[in-house]
Structure formats: C-alpha cells, structure tokens
Write a new protein. Structure first.
Length: 446
C-alpha cells in the first residue's frame, strides 16, 4: 500500500466534482501521477485505507504554518478600499466637489453613480465618505454619513435602520410601520439640525423590489426638513432602473449623474500589481499569470472586482496544490470554479416567480417564444399553488434573466401580430435542475 504521506496528494474540498489537480478520484480509489526528474510513477491509492486522523492533522498543521503565497488576505477582499484608488482621480474629485457643500452645513445635490460591476463606483463613494468624515470631525461639524447596501439590507425598513444608526436613533427591528420609522429619523435630523449624507448602493434593488415609499420620503426631505438636511448618492449598475421610479422621485434623485467607464486591460494589470504588493509574498506570482488574470477580467467589461477575486481564488488553488507561486494554470482553474459558483448562486437566489419562469424555459422547446413560455409557466405556477403573473410581468422577468446572463431573449417582430421574444438558455439545463432541486417549492416540479 502507498500511504498518503509518501505522495504529494491534493484533495480539493472546493471541487464540485470528484477530481483534483494532478489526480483523479474514481469511486473510492485515488489515481495519482507523480513526476520528478525525467521519470514518474502512477499510483493507485485506496482512500478507505487512509488514516483520517493523520490526514486531517496533516492538513491543519500545514495551514497553521501560514500561507506561503499570501501574507495579508485583507487587500484581496471585495470590500477593501486601497490607500490609493488607481485611475479614478477624476471621479473622486467630481464626487467630492458635489458633496463638499455639506461642510458648510448646506444640502448637497443628489447624485447617481452608474457603471458596470467592478468599475470603482462603490470604492469611490466610500473613499470620499471616509475623507469627508475625517474633515467633519476636524471642523467639529454635526455631519452624519450613512452607507447602506440595499440588496444586502433586503427591505426598505432595514435601510431605515441603517439611517437611524447613523443619526443616533434606536429603532426596534420589528413593530413599526415604514412611515413611523422614517418619521423618527427625520425628527432626529430636524431637532438636532443634522446634515445627513446617505449612500444607497445597489439602489435599483429598492426600485425593483419595494414600494418606492422610502425613496420618495428621502428625495422630498430637503423640502420637509428645517433645519437639517438629507442628501443622497445612489449607486447602480443598471442604467434602466430609472424607468421604474415614480416621476416625482426621479426629478429629485437624478439632480446630478456620473457614469464610470470600465477599466482597460493595462489599468487592470496595474491594479492587480498594486494588490499583489499588498497581499502576496514577494515572487509568488508569475508575470504570465498576472497578465492572464488582467486579460480575462478585461475581456468581461473591465471588472476590477472580478480581477481581484480571480487573483484571490487563484492563490487559494495554488496553496492547496502545494505550489510556491501562482501560475497560469491556477488562474484558469480558478476561473472555472468562479464561473460555476457564480451561476449556482445566481440561480439559488432567484425569486420564486423567476425560478418558475426559468423552469418553464427549460421545459419548452429549444428556442421557445414568450407565448409558449407563458403557457408552460401558467401550468407550473398552478401546480405549486402560486399566483400566476400577467404576460407583461413575465416578459419583464425574462428581460431581467437576460440581463443576468442566464438566458438570451431576442425580440422578434411578427408584423401586425406584434412582437415576441425568442428565448435560449445560456446555462446548462442540468445545472438549473440541480440547483432548483434544492428549492423547497420548485423541487416538486424538477
């Protein structure tokens, strides 16, 4: 028998399939190819014969010694704000100019920041907020700053809880109406003559998934509050979300707008170089791997967040393999893993109606039209006892699934019979069915 400790065996617990770099798992046997010098050996190991205690002890002991590649994981986190935000000086200055009046105790213009994911919108806003808070403290000003991610908050009420914390009001987690909760926040602002600057990240989530009452209250606050003020910075990667807003909200919310351009491949490479200096031990990534990482992220609309995330996952892959540095192959393995994880998560968090509509697409022919999808969807929704949406709303959800990259929905003109959408899946049917099989409602249809 060949024991585990005489071989360089890699078992990656993050692999979704029974396979790992340099080895293959067939049933309970591990096939390992070990190469050294000009020779090599292929070994067949019975996993049932391995001492689990020794195996776990080996893994944990290696982890306790620390990372050979990463010296500080913090700069690789998605919410990390670097000391200097590269290639965003113009945007930082513009946002700072817009919010600066708050330091004179004046309300500043509401601002909307647009741009694709990973173009620096959130980082720019949070960096400006951080420096603004420092300056306000130096000047002893009663400026209150609030950052809230609307998608993570989930509801309008939880966003109000974030506002309340910023102005020093304690609200119960439940038991109050939205109007009463916001009224208490507004009273605190007025009574304390406070100037509140609110950053609503992923603001489109509120527009799509709530009543819109909170946005209306916030945008009319400058007319209702005296003294005190509320100013807004909204962040979105969906330029179309304004179509969902009440016209009264839109006129006040979009006083100023700014679009963030995607990063170029060269800019992404320099951003990655900067993060490598902060996070990696010296010499722990090849130039070819760094170039590939930047090129892959650049080909997907210049997403710096994805580039850094790819760098992080690549380092994890290399660590588990026992490599001394990140190479091109680690980047490619990490990309496959991230894409699989992204699709699984995107499918898992879909609202129930969206899952039913996507399942209807799966059940239809190769390239179904809106009409056939709606007919199948109606049948599915009735089977699980869920309210059936109107054809117009189903068409809207198909557009949302298209924007998420789960389907392709092309508009077809049928002359005097109007228009329809021809839909094709961009995700394997098997993956959709596997994920939906875990849903407590939809699983009965899979």
């Amino acid at each position: 028998m060949i024991t585990f400790f005489k071989l360089k065996v890699i078992i990656d617990p993050f692999c979704n399939q029974e396979r790992a770099n340099g080895c293959a798992i067939v049933s309970h046997y591990l096939i390992v190819l070990c190469c050294y010098g000009s020779g090599g050996v292929c070994a067949l190991v019975d996993l049932r014969s391995l001492d689990q205690k020794r195996l776990l002890d080996s893994i944990f002991s290696r982890a306790a010694k620390g990372s050979r590649i990463v010296k500080d994981p913090e700069p690789l986190r998605p919410d990390y704000i670097p000391p200097k935000l590269l290639f965003r000086d113009e945007q930082i200055a513009a946002v700072a100019q817009i919010v600066a009046p708050i330091l004179r105790r004046q309300r500043c213009s509401n601002l909307l920041l647009y741009g694709k994911t990973g173009t620096g919108k959130t980082a720019t806003a949070r960096l400006v907020l951080k420096e603004l808070a420092t300056k306000a403290r130096d000047l002893s000003l009663s400026v209150c700053l609030c950052y809230s991610n609307c998608r993570l908050a989930g509801t309008e009420y939880r966003v109000v809880l974030d506002l309340a914390e910023a102005v020093g009001v304690k609200l119960p987690f439940t038991g109050l109406s939205l109007g009463e909760a916001y009224s208490r926040v507004a009273s605190q602002i007025s009574n304390g003559n406070l100037n509140l600057l609110v950053v609503l990240d992923e603001i489109d989530f509120l527009a799509k998934n709530s009543s819109g009452n909170l946005l209306y209250e916030l945008t009319r606050s400058h007319d209702m509050l005296s003294p005190g003020s509320v100013s807004l910075i909204g962040i979105s990667n969906d330029l179309r979300f304004k179509e969902l807003l009440d016209p009264r909200v839109l006129s006040s919310l979009g006083e100023e707008e700014m679009v963030f351009p995607p990063y170029s491949v060269e800019e992404l490479r320099l951003i990655l170089e900067d993060r490598v200096k902060l996070a990696f031990n010296e010499g722990c990534i090849s130039d070819a791997a760094l170039n590939l990482c930047a090129a892959l992220a650049g080909s997907e609309h210049g997403d710096a967040r994805r580039a850094v995330d790819l760098l992080r996952v690549s380092a994890e892959v290399a660590e588990r393999e026992g490599s001394q540095r990140v190479e091109e192959r680690h980047i490619r393995i990490a990309l496959q893993k991230m894409e699989q994880d992204r699709l699984v998560e995107a499918l898992r968090v879909l609202p129930l109606q969206a899952k039913l509509i996507l399942l209807a697409v799966v059940r239809c022919e190769t390239t179904p039209t809106t009409g056939s999808i709606y007919k199948t969807y109606t049948n599915l929704s009735e089977r699980v006892g869920v309210e059936t949406l109107t054809p117009r709303r189903v068409s809207g959800i198909l557009s949302e699934l298209d924007m998420q990259g789960l389907i392709s929905a092309d508009v077809l003109s049928k002359g005097r019979y109007g228009r329809s959408k021809q839909v094709s899946l961009l995700v394997p049917k098997s993956l959709i069915l596997d994920v939906f099989a875990q849903d407590p409602v939809v699983s009965s249809l899979v």
